[in-house]
Design a protein around this ligand. Structure first.
Ligand SMILES: NC(=O)c1ccc[n+]([C@@H]2O[C@H](COP(=O)([O-])OP(=O)(O)OC[C@H]3O[C@@H](n4cnc5c(N)ncnc54)[C@H](OP(=O)(O)O)[C@@H]3O)[C@@H](O)[C@H]2O)c1
Length: 298
């Protein structure tokens, strides 16, 4: 008997940093899921995606009907967002064209889209940004990457107002990785002291599935830990956990830091009231301390 995709979570971009955490969360809960990488087959070609599903799954009915498609694919720039400034076409295709077409595909096929967005579409401390606030850090006054993430949110909701958009912000966890905020700041020679929201990577995956399994109302959610943390506070906690005894140097001000990077960086705090009305989340300090207690010491 063939299994229908409709009972499954479908993860796109399976080799990515965030996809890895979501797949781990689904596996630990024994929830049916299937994940695709472009190296398996080109899921960004919707005809191929559709044909693949019809051939491998239930070919009598629409295999996508009632499926939940979690889009973890995107062009983030490596080693950092500066790379998006010099690869604008790839950034647009990966972050705007594909997700917007995917939203139209989900709408046509009665599937639920879950798109991973970013809190980096905001900057500044005039307020804690809610899901309703328009982006203030985009093509005009932010980075090209943040511009694409902000534009994608608008296009997705136009194509399929029944989508979920989950915003992640500065991921960290206990695993040494160039993608982990803890590993990143340990390796920088000079740091900018700024206050930000953060998402523990496994918490982000857990909260994503908690929201979906509890059938939270569709729409945008800031999926971060509660509260915020400054870079100085993070360094203090890192030292308290005896991860390093390095003496960190700080930039005198934002202007000096900005003059040393290609793309401006977002610094902001997201409001988490909306997610807290649906599920329980832990504070960034609790999650950061937990990650540090397991992070390799050397
Ligand atoms: N990590 C962060 O700091 C962060 C923060 C906020 C938001 N986000 C968002 O979270 C999502 C996942 O990010 P991630 O950190 O997991 O990134 P990642 O590790 O680079 O994974 C992204 C995956 O996207 C797939 N992909 C599909 N089309 C692509 C294209 N044109 N160019 C490059 N990759 C493409 C690739 O997977 P396959 O080859 O397996 O198909 C790739 O592994 C993105 O939308 C990103 O904007 C990330």
């Amino acid at each position: 008997m063939r299994i229908s995709l409709s009972i499954m979570y479908i993860i796109l971009g399976k080799n990515g940093y965030i996809a890895e955490a979501i797949i781990k969360e689904l596996t630990s809960r024994n929830l049916h899921h299937i994940s695709f990488s472009r190296s398996d087959f080109d899921y960004t070609d919707f005809e191929k995606f559709s044909n693949y599903a019809h051939i491998h799954y239930n070919d009598l009915i629409n295999p996508f009907k009632n499926a939940t498609i979690i889009n973890c694919a995107g062009y983030i720039g490596k080693p950092n967002v500066d790379a998006c400034e010099s690869s604008k076409a790839d950034t647009i295709v990966g972050n705007v064209v594909f997700p917007s077409n995917l939203a139209a595909f989900c709408s046509q096929n009665y599937a639920t889209l879950v798109h991973i967005s970013s809190g980096c579409i905001y900057n500044g401390y005039s307020k804690h940004f809610t899901e309703e606030d328009p982006s203030n850090f985009d093509f005009q006054n932010g980075s090209f990457y943040s511009g694409t993430k902000a534009l994608a949110e608008q296009l997705i909701l136009k194509q399929d107002p029944n989508s979920y958009i989950f915003r992640l912000r500065i991921p960290f966890d206990e695993f040494k990785s160039p993608r982990n905020y803890i590993t990143k700041i340990l390796n920088y020679n000079k740091l900018l002291n700024a206050e930000n929201s953060f998402s523990h990577r496994a918490d982000f995956a857990k909260y994503t599935i908690d929201l979906l399994e509890s059938k939270a109302p569709k729409g945008i959610y800031n999926v971060t830990n509660k509260g915020s943390m400054t870079t100085e506070e993070a360094i203090e906690m890192i030292k308290d956990h005896k991860i390093t005894n390095k003496n960190f140097e700080f930039f005198d001000n934002l202007e000096t830091f900005t003059s040393e990077v290609v793309a401006p960086r977002s610094n902001c705090v997201l409001d988490t009231s909306k997610i807290e009305n649906q599920i329980k989340i832990r504070t960034v300090q609790e999650a950061f301390s937990d990650a540090l207690s397991k992070y390799p010491k050397n």
